[in-house]
Ligand binder design. Structure first.
Ligand SMILES: Cc1cc2nc3c(=O)[nH]c(=O)nc-3n(C[C@H](O)[C@H](O)[C@H](O)COP(=O)(O)O)c2cc1C
Length: 219
């Protein structure tokens, strides 16, 4: 049975990111009971302090936080989900702290040409990105996608990346609103009301894509 771990960078309750995660997990739960959903902001994760001792000791040298436990769960997961609102074209700060600690999972060697990354353990995982953003243009999520294209390679070339992006989302639960509710909201937010109809359909399609992906990756 596939193991799923969600690293959720949501910073507010009932936000759109949480709803993307909920639909992904509803799809995953059909096939798997090994599902863990952690809210990054609730973990005690210290900042990477850049000591680079991990390159020698094969683990992070920081102790006394939740990383040892979390890194064990990361190692065991078949499907690793990173969910986040887009903040200044990037992931939220609680999730970034976790991502930086991934440094301790690989050996890094500086070569004449570039750097060579070798994970301490062989990785063969599905990486999933669930991203919610305010912009109407998906380009705001591109730096995060670029990061994960890189990350999946750093962790070994057998990993796969799946991305779901949700745009034009400002208020909590917005992605679940119907056409009428969106029209009213768009009027308040000075967004052209004529967009509401298509957006309501598009948002439902995105939620279905989350469900379908959760279901597919756990088969
Ligand atoms: C500090 C901050 C920075 C943001 N930066 C961006 C951004 O660069 N691009 C964007 O499209 N939306 C940006 N947003 C909007 C959020 O990404 C958007 O509202 C998202 O849907 C919120 O997700 P949530 O409902 O899960 O909280 C920002 C919001 C905040 C609070």
């Amino acid at each position: 049975m596939k193991k799923v771990l969600v690293l959720d960078g949501s910073t507010r309750k009932q936000g759109n990111t949480s709803i993307l995660v909920e639909h992904f997990l509803n799809g995953a739960k059909i096939n798997s009971e090994h599902i863990e959903h952690v809210l990054a902001k609730d973990l005690k994760i210290d900042y990477c302090n850049g000591c680079l001792r991990c390159n020698l000791i094969k683990r992070c040298s920081i102790s006394g936080d939740d990383w040892a436990d979390l890194s064990q769960k990361i190692a065991e997961a078949d499907v690793l989900v990173f969910a986040s609102p887009i903040y200044f074209h990037y992931v939220s700060a609680p999730l970034k702290k976790i991502i930086d600690r991934f440094r301790s999972l690989v050996h890094v060697q500086i070569t004449e040409q570039a750097v060579k990354h070798t994970p301490w353990q062989k990785w063969n995982k599905d990486f999933v990105l669930l991203l919610s953003m305010g912009s109407s243009d998906e380009i705001d999520a591109q730096p995060v996608i670029d990061l994960f294209e890189y990350m999946k390679e750093v962790m070994g070339d057998e990993n796969r990346l799946h991305v779901i992006k949700a745009t034009r989302l400002a208020v909590i639960k917005q992605i679940s609103k119907n056409e009428n509710e969106l029209s009213q909201l768009y009027t308040k937010l000075s967004i052209p009301e004529k967009l509401a109809k298509n957006d309501a359909v598009k948002n439902q399609e995105i939620l279905k894509s989350c469900f379908d992906l959760g279901n597919k990756l756990t088969k």
